[in-house]
Design a protein around this ligand. Sequence first.
Ligand code: CTP
Length: 141
Amino acid sequence: MPDVPSESAPPPRTVITFGTFDVFHVGHLRVIERAAALGARLVVGVSADALNLRKKGREPVFSQSERLEIVAALKAVHEVFVEESLELKRDYITQFAADVLVMGDDWAGRFDEFQDICEVVYLPRTPAISTTALIEKISGG
Ligand code: CTP
């Protein structure tokens, strides 16, 4: 008897998402779990320390190797890599043969240019939590 996929099985698609994932919080977990539910394999690009410094003007609290280690340990994540540059998204999508690009809706519309090579999905952010707010809260006592 050939294997018949059950109705609840996710489509055999590769999903890719990107982020800093510094001071890992529940908003990060939720976007990763919801991205994973869109396919069979989730690949996560964790942004390089140097990229963060350029983009956000500060070093992440946790180093890229620590952030990679945390994200790679999640059940929903199959593969991680270091995102060296924002300009390389198209290359990463191709390299990992991603069928779906997932980003938080703080980026809504910004990655529509990749719709020629994959589906682009923007997921709503978890309200009221961010790395920046956490850092401010902790450092403010
Ligand atoms: N994210 C989310 N909900 C939040 C915070 C982040 O869904 N409350 C998502 C982002 O949309 C992105 C991913 O998590 O897809 C990684 O976001 P990142 O920029 O690393 O986290 P932030 O908490 O937004 O960090 P910062 O405050 O430094 O911008």
